[in-house]
Write a new protein. Structure first.
Length: 480
């Protein structure tokens, strides 16, 4: 992913057909979300097949393996399932929606990469004095995560790495870098349960009967606050301190005016996203995910236009057109690996669940006989555990959630199911050595991803499991 505008002297390969197919897929899915017409769903499935076919010759063998698994499962579904057309329809719908959502979010990430104000805000947070550094970076991870998702770690990680390099003592430098990187990561994963621009709720809500974004956002926000507080608790009581020496990095403590000046552009952007989304929700019956797919690219386009006005003093249509074409021809194709993995996670998870359903029924396994609280705790734990073997949370959730009894059958609120799934998803983001957040922290910390997930975050995850387990039980028994 790009963190800053590419050097104009660098020649980036262009693949306009790939980008055009992905944008067309997003438009078809968006039209389906807003109109409900099945014709758009069929068009999006066809466009998705075209996009994945074009990408298949440009990705690594591991991504092609996922494509092969998807094709094998599709053949098995046709051969064994009497309702295979519906199963394939759901699988293509899931994959197409995920790709469309990713394209929309990537537009905002690319727009952020060209913003000097965003870079300056990240630099400001990365250079806070020791007394407030952890909290500042945790909040920074949250705020930037709401705009550029995992790009928050890339942006802030670069800033803190530059900042700690000023410290001459290697021991102090190592301790500070670790604490700062973990603060960013824990801030990011704390928004995953409730963020409107993360895949967590976008994927989970459609899989849980009766769940809506408006109904689950408050308890899922509490989940995020629990994660943030546990992170602060662990850092305060258990993380090593550099010692009495406090000079060097970020010694001056900025005042509230400095904070307001540096953070204002980011807050204004988030406010714009919230206001536009709220207005669209008020005048339409479209589900929130469909609204995001309209709001985010629109805000991104306006943001890029604003950047051009700041640079040249006027809105130059040619410059805006070149930026849009660059997004289609280079930015989208450069994300080919992410696109394939995300699409196939949704496709394989949906097909796998459809294939496992009859097997579970024939085996006589009745999950509705399991106490709901115990079942949800197991679901909560399964998601981060499967992350240790490389299973993407989208794949794990798409595979597991449809096998669960409906909330009505369990006698609980849909909110409890969503809270359990999203809490596990968030912990997977902090522990799995295959997730972007852990890999990026490992890169900046110059250690292995396994060490970050299981050693650096070991105590954090242990306390989080206890606190989140208690919160899940509370919601299960008392939320109506």
């Amino acid at each position: 992913m790009r963190l800053a505008r590419a050097d104009t002297a660098t020649v980036r390969p262009r693949h306009p057909l790939v980008g055009a197919a992905l944008v067309a897929t997003m438009l078809a899915v968006t039209l389906f979300e807003w109109t409900g017409r099945q014709g758009f769903a069929l068009i999006s499935a066809g466009l998705l097949i075209v996009a994945l076919s074009l990408l298949s010759v440009r990705v690594r063998w591991v991504h092609r393996a996922f494509l092969a698994v998807g094709m094998i499962l599709a053949v098995l579904a046709v051969a064994t399932l009497p309702d295979w057309p519906d199963t394939l329809h759901r699988a293509f719908g899931s994959a197409g929606f995920i790709v469309a959502y990713f394209v929309a979010l990537l537009s905002l990430r690319v727009a952020a990469s060209g913003s000097g104000a965003i870079a300056e805000c990240g630099r400001f947070m990365g250079e806070q004095p020791p007394g407030r550094r952890y909290l500042a970076l945790t909040v920074g991870g949250q705020l930037f995560g709401l705009v550029i998702i995992y790009g928050a770690i890339s942006l802030l990680g670069t800033m803190v790495q530059t900042s700690v390099m000023r410290e001459p003592d290697p021991r102090i430098r190592s301790i500070r870098l670790r604490r700062m990187l973990l603060a960013i990561q824990r801030g990011l994963v704390s928004i995953l349960p409730w963020s409107p621009v993360a895949f967590t709720l976008a994927v989970t809500i459609p899989l849980v009967p009766g769940a809506t974004w408006a109904g689950v956002v408050l308890p899922c926000f509490v989940t995020g606050m629990v994660i943030m507080l546990v992170g602060w608790f662990v850092d305060t009581l258990f993380e090593r301190r550099p010692g009495a020496r406090q000079g060097g990095v970020g010694a001056a403590a900025p005042g509230w005016r400095d904070w307001a000046e540096k953070v204002a552009p980011l807050l204004m952007l988030l406010a714009g996203l919230g206001v536009v989304s709220a207005c669209l929700m008020a005048v339409s019956d479209v589900r929130f995910q469909g609204i995001v797919m309209v709001t985010v690219p629109s805000i991104a386009l306006c943001w890029v236009a604003g950047q051009i006005i700041v640079e040249s003093g006027r809105l130059d249509p040619d410059s805006l057109g070149r930026r849009c074409m660059s997004f289609i021809e280079t930015d989208l194709p450069e994300a080919r690996g992410e696109v394939v993995l995300l699409a196939m996670a949704g496709f394989i998870g949906t097909l796998g669940s459809g294939l496992l359903g009859p097997v579970v029924a024939e085996a006589g396994l009745d999950l509705s006989a399991v106490p709901p609280a115990l079942l949800l705790i197991c679901v909560f734990l399964v998601v981060p555990v499967t992350g240790q073997i490389g299973m993407n949370p989208i794949l794990a959730v798409s595979l597991i959630a449809p096998l669960l009894p409906s909330p009505d059958a369990m006698g609980i609120s849909p909110v409890a199911v969503v809270v359990a799934i999203t809490a596990g998803w968030a912990l997977s983001g902090a522990t799995s050595p295959y997730t972007a957040s852990t890999l990026l922290v490992a890169y900046f910390g110059k250690v292995s991803a396994t060490r970050v997930g299981l050693q650096w975050n070991g105590l954090f995850v242990a306390f989080s499991m206890i606190a989140l387990g208690a919160w899940i039980l509370t919601v299960t028994h008392f939320w109506t």
